[in-house]
Write a protein that binds this ligand. Structure first.
Ligand code: HEC
Length: 207
């Protein structure tokens, strides 16, 4: 390459094309000065990056999306915790049996929640079995109408297992564990579905 030839406008004015010395697989590269408008958008982007990085990641001026999500999830969790505390404050075994499980509106709401979220594993008749051509096929959940309450037979025990799911350290039923429904349902909905289960076992809970 002729070292006399300068880069940039000079070559352009002369109508010359400057090529770099290397060549790979027959491909060569131009050696032209980039236009100023392009260079300044490039420098501008670098400056913008530094400013953005400082403001979002190293100061409290702006929050990143991740920080916003963490804050919002935290606020939601606080709200849920407060709701649960309020529900628990007004809920006990006697209230669940005497008031909630005898109130048709509450029981109907609980049944609706049950039919959407629980039938798949516990069955509409609470037997945790499914009829297939006359055979009773077991479903993953425990029977909720057999008088056996593996995790405690007091109404608040039932509320707790639904709200919190299989307790830590427990192996579940044949290895199947139940999720914490309090993650999906409001405390009120958990109380309603508990009331529904009590109403379906009313003779047992009357004692
Ligand atoms: C994906 C299957 C599945 C769904 C859906 C499910 N459960 Fe369960 N449930 C289980 C399993 C498995 C167990 C046994 C867990 C254990 O023993 O640790 C269980 C246990 C229970 C128990 C405890 C029974 C006992 O003997 O103490 C109650 C109460 C209960 N479920 C209610 C519900 C309610 C109410 C819903 C709906 C909101 C629901 N379940 C939805 C699988 C399910």
């Amino acid at each position: 390459m002729n070292p006399e030839i300068k880069r940039g406008n000079y070559a352009k004015e002369k109508g010359e094309v400057i090529l770099r010395e290397h060549e790979y697989d027959g491909i060569q590269e131009f050696d032209q000065k980039l236009p100023n408008w392009w260079l300044f958008t490039f420098y501008g982007a670098i400056v913008w990056f530094v400013v953005y990085w400082g403001l979002y990641y190293h100061s409290n001026v702006y929050q990143t999306d991740q920080e916003k999500i963490i804050a919002q999830v935290g606020a939601l969790q606080e709200k849920k915790d407060a709701e649960l505390a309020a529900t628990l404050a007004s809920l006990d075994d006697e209230t669940l049996i005497g008031k909630w499980s005898t109130d048709p509106a509450i029981v109907a709401a609980g049944e609706a929640t049950y039919m959407v979220n629980c039938v798949a594993c516990h069955a509409a008749d609470l037997s945790a079995t499914m009829d297939v051509a006359g055979n009773k096929i077991p479903l993953p959940g425990r029977a909720l109408n057999d008088g056996v309450w593996e995790h405690g037979g007091k109404p608040m025990d039932v509320f707790k297992i639904i709200n919190e799911g299989t307790p830590e350290g427990s192996t579940g039923l044949n290895g199947a564990k139940m999720q914490a429904w309090g993650q999906m349902l409001s405390p009120k909905q958990v109380a309603e579905v508990t009331a529904y289960l009590i109403s379906r076992n009313s003779a047992e809970f009357a004692n």
